[in-house]
Design a protein around this ligand. Structure first.
Ligand code: DAH
Length: 338
């Protein structure tokens, strides 16, 4: 009996000071296990007088009951505390303001390209594409470029070998489209082009153009000018004027460089247009008969106009950006303004 009381007292203090379930399991083994203290005491009863055994047995059973209750209570307390601690640690304040999910937006160059696409899709044009790794045949020869033209020079063009290069312009797409399609043709082709230029505020070895080509019966310079006017007004605003200056391109005759009146100063002169009042954005002209012929289109029946627009230049004019390099630096402080 004394042994049992002693054991219960020890067990009570050990169980009540157990702070986690693992300790409870250990104590269960220690007291109730096969080699546990209660078992030892039960075994030692065989040495008692037979008349003392029933009372001792009863006391041992009561002790077992008490142990079970002690363990049960301790487990309850520990698991309650565990839940309370977890609830406290993982407290969720549903009234807290949410984390703002920052969604980016398209790059200013992409914005300009999409806007141009929208304008021309509205005019019934289709979007064409061509490879950036291009042949000399399409980049120059089909476009009536003479052998001695400066643009063919290795100083200006990235050649892979004598036949293959990185396209210097989107114009080769004109030839590819004309070879595959019969007039009427109305396409624009936005894309990346490459030239061996030093990087500065207005030059980059990689830049973007949008090419346009229209071929049909009775296409005239008047159609070209009307299209450019409409386009310039859509892109830069209703008050925009255009100006054509005679120029030379191998694939057009006649050819022109085309300026738009500065959308900031309306032609008066300001920092955006460098006091010119106008900003050059594209080259244009009537498709040269040799180009039509090269692509299997009869220049006695069909005529066409074409132009090629510099996207960086246009974006700089639209957004009032004065250094082209900013467009490629991916500085969020810059890009998020547009
Ligand atoms: N490909 C010319 C360039 O990169 C731009 C150009 C001029 C395209 C006249 C044309 C055009 O389609 O008709 O400088």
């Amino acid at each position: 009996m004394l042994q049992l009381d002693e054991m219960l007292k020890n067990a009570e203090s050990e169980i009540s000071s157990a702070s986690h379930m693992k300790r409870i399991e250990e104590l269960k083994v220690q007291y109730l296990g096969k080699k546990g203290e209660l078992t030892q005491i039960l075994r030692s009863m065989s040495s008692l007088n037979p008349e003392d055994r029933p009372a001792a047995g009863k006391a041992a059973n009561e002790a077992r009951e008490k142990l079970n209750v002690l363990f049960e209570n301790a487990e309850k307390i520990i698991s309650n505390r565990f839940i309370a601690e977890r609830l406290d640690k993982e407290r969720l304040d549903v009234t807290m303001p949410g984390k703002k999910h920052v969604i980016g937006h398209t790059h200013p160059l992409t914005q300009v390209i999409r806007k141009i696409e929208d304008i021309f899709i509205g005019l019934g044009y289709q979007i064409a594409e061509g490879p950036e790794i291009e042949s000399v045949h399409y980049n120059f020869d089909q476009l009536n470029t003479p052998e001695n033209h400066p643009s063919k020079d290795e100083q200006d063009t990235f050649y892979f070998n004598a036949e293959t290069l990185l396209r210097t312009q989107t114009s080769p797409v004109q030839a590819r489209v004309m070879e595959k399609n019969r007039p009427p043709i109305r396409i624009i082709c936005p894309g990346r082009v490459y030239r061996s230029d030093e990087v500065d505020a207005t030059h980059s070895p990689i830049f973007h153009q949008v090419e346009a080509l229209v071929v049909d019966k009775n296409i005239t310079m008047g159609n070209l000018i009307a299209t450019l006017k409409l386009f310039a007004k859509e892109l830069f605003g209703e008050s925009t004027e255009i100006r054509l200056r005679p120029h030379y391109f191998p694939f057009t005759e006649p050819s022109a460089e085309v300026d738009v009146s500065c959308w900031v100063c309306k032609g008066k002169g300001c920092p955006v247009c460098k006091n010119e009042g106008f900003i050059e954005i594209l080259g244009a002209g009537m498709v040269h008969p040799n180009v039509l012929r090269n692509c299997g289109i009869d220049p006695d029946i069909y005529s066409g106009f074409a132009f090629g627009l510099g996207v960086e230049r246009t974006a700089m004019a639209v957004f009032g950006i004065n250094d082209l390099r900013l467009l490629y630096e991916n500085d969020m402080r810059f890009l998020s303004q547009f």
